[in-house]
Design a protein around this ligand. Sequence first.
Ligand SMILES: [Ca+2]
Length: 183
Amino acid sequence: MKRGRWNLLWLAAALTACEPAIIDHSPTSNLLDAESASLETGPGAWTAWYGVTASRVSTDAREGEAVLRVEVTEPYGWGVHLDNWPGFAASPGAHRASFWARGTSERSLVAEMRVIWRDSGGRELRAETLSSPALSGQWVRTARELTAPEGTQRVSVEVTGAEGVPANVIELDALVVQALGAR
Ligand SMILES: [Ca+2]
């Protein structure tokens, strides 16, 4: 009898431990998928573009327990982007884009998020950019309101920087492109 109860307790504990942790605090109207936004369960669609290695790391995240860690490997600029051309589904209208970033080296870098609105065929209709302040070791949020033009059916996102030297590190978390009014 006692043994049976302990077995049940063990089973309950095991089931609890195996449940996927839900740590995604991003708004439900985020056009980016949960992984690409939060990095909590995987790297999402993020991939190194130029001058960097990009990886998902568990660290002192802005939200949850994981971030996208971008390590500069070349001195002439760097970039990561979403590798799911022509991008996530989107619609015309008002949006807000935002991201959190920090630098983990002495050098103050700037991260630029470029949001690209595309039509159904993947043709670029408009691109808008948000620039972070000079990054320190503290997380900082950058946000901007954007307007997806008529004909928009897809959105893709890049994050780049013009400066940086090998071994500089930029960490990104909670990346959002939110359709305003689509709650
Ligand atoms: Ca996170």
